[in-house]
Design a protein around this ligand. Structure first.
Ligand code: NA7
Length: 427
């Protein structure tokens, strides 16, 4: 009898893991999704989900464009975008792609929505997982047994929400990036974004584009930023040290006045359905903690975590991790015992610690996806040249990089130009 595999979550990591596992018909795959529709973050601005389960999963905001081209780790070799799709686009196009993949792979029947996994335990005697799930619509509880579990619940939905000195005294709107819904709401406002990464740069620019009086960014370290073409209303400042009323003081002693503060301080990995011994304590870093081959639990080789790393490659990496899992489930690849897993993880960590900049990160993750492709016999998805070009373009023009066109790494087809430039797109 085929192995029973549960995939938890139906965002991109769950969808592509399901597709990859299902490429072998002997594997019995089931995907549980707690929301009422599939798609995870990309399913959109579903504030209705707060009512579904008390927490809005998606961190998307209105008007969001993808921040890297589709040719960089998004487009899959086995399911390509239509020829008339530009390199950069917005959420509806992404949803179309995800839905299209599900139909193309004929896997829709494997997805079960409104199913919240509440408990996952491993039985050492039977070597199987006992999984408890609640149907959020009917409130019925289901108990099931699986041989393998893939955790594909993402890690950009639970806000990392640190406290900043004096924040209680702030007189304006104080939110986390997760609750940022629309740049248009901040027209005429004085905005401060805290953080030095993707959310800070994109949200500050989004506020600027829709008419904020100014949008400043305060950071303790820069992952990106320092762009030469910041609009004059967007300014990078040292990390804040104090908030008093509407006045924020920065480390260099300067101050600023703000109506809105948005904490763009990232997200937490959170797996409340896993017991302590199987849980993953991890940050948004290139080598996720506690995983062998960046996707297998050190504690249990039947438990996989998909897409837990800081990502350059996204959809292509998720699918390759799914292919890797397929090979393990089929016993075509043997995962080493605990000490073997630990030794390789430590080696990965040492390599990760030596990465100096985004270009090192890109090549590191490229080596990882190339390794997965080789191990599984699947098509290579090396997009390192695209990523390097993207980084260079972004560092040249943060306001203009989304106007660029890229060639498919599979067919060489050049994507058409965007119909409206990012700066001119006010929808
Ligand atoms: P990231 O990329 O995890 O970045 C979080 C940022 O927040 C990073 O610059 C952190 O600085 C900063 N941070 C976190 N805690 C603090 C405190 N206490 N004080 C000051 N600054 C802090 O999250 P994003 O939301 O920007 O991006 C997430 C994904 O969304 C990204 O991968 C894209 O795919 C889209 P640190 O580096 O820790 O010094």
């Amino acid at each position: 009898m085929g192995k029973k595999v549960l995939v938890i979550g139906s965002g991109p990591s769950g969808i592509f893991t399901c597709g990859a596992l299902s490429s072998d018909k002997s594997i019995d795959v089931k995907v549980y999704e707690r929301a009422s529709q599939i798609g995870g973050q990309w399913a959109g601005l579903r504030t209705d989900l707060v009512e579904d389960y008390g927490h809005r999963h998606s961190s998307l905001y209105r008007g969001l464009w993808i921040n890297g081209p589709k040719e960089a780790g998004i487009e899959l070799p086995n399911y390509q975008f239509e020829k008339d799709i530009p390199s950069y686009f917005k959420q509806p196009q992404m949803v179309k792609y995800l839905e299209g993949y599900v139909d193309h792979m004929n896997i829709r029947q494997k997805f079960h929505v409104s199913m919240n996994v509440i408990k996952t335990e491993f039985n050492d005697t039977t070597n199987q997982f006992h999984v408890k799930t609640e149907n959020t619509a009917t409130k019925e509880i289901h108990d099931e047994i699986f041989d393998y579990v893939a955790v594909a619940t993402g890690h950009f939905s639970m806000a990392h929400d640190p406290h900043f000195k004096g924040e209680e005294s702030f007189k304006g709107k104080y939110i986390h990036a997760h609750d940022f819904i629309d740049g248009k709401l901040y027209k005429g406002q004085r905005v401060l974004c805290i953080g030095g990464s993707y959310s800070a740069e994109d949200i500050a620019l989004q506020c600027w584009k829709f008419g904020a009086e100014y949008a400043h960014i305060t950071h303790r370290s820069q992952k990106q930023l320092a762009y030469p073409d910041w609009p004059k209303e967007v300014l990078e400042r040292p990390i804040l040290t104090n908030i008093e009323g509407n006045t924020v003081t920065f480390k260099d002693g300067t101050t600023g006045e703000y109506d809105v503060i948005i904490k763009c301080t990232g997200y937490l990995h959170s797996f409340p359905f896993l017991p302590k011994e199987l849980n993953l304590k991890c940050r948004n870093v290139m080598v996720p903690s506690g995983l062998y081959n960046q996707c297998v639990s050190l504690q249990n080789s039947q438990l996989f975590f998909i897409g837990m790393q800081d990502q350059y490659y996204t959809f292509t990496m998720f699918q390759l991790q799914g292919f890797y899992m397929r090979e393990v489930v089929l016993n075509k690849i043997q995962v080493p015992d605990f000490s073997g897993r630990l030794a390789e993880y430590e080696a990965d960590r040492a390599e990760g610690a030596a990465l100096k900049d985004c270009y090192d990160d890109i090549h590191f993750q490229t080596r990882y996806v190339n390794k997965l492709a080789k191990l599984t016999g699947e098509q290579n998805v090396d997009a390192s040249e695209v990523f390097v070009r993207w980084e260079n373009q972004k560092h040249k023009s943060i306001c203009g990089f989304r106007n660029e066109q890229f060639r498919s790494i599979y067919t060489g087809h050049l994507a058409p130009p965007v119909p409206t430039k990012w700066t001119e797109d006010m929808s």
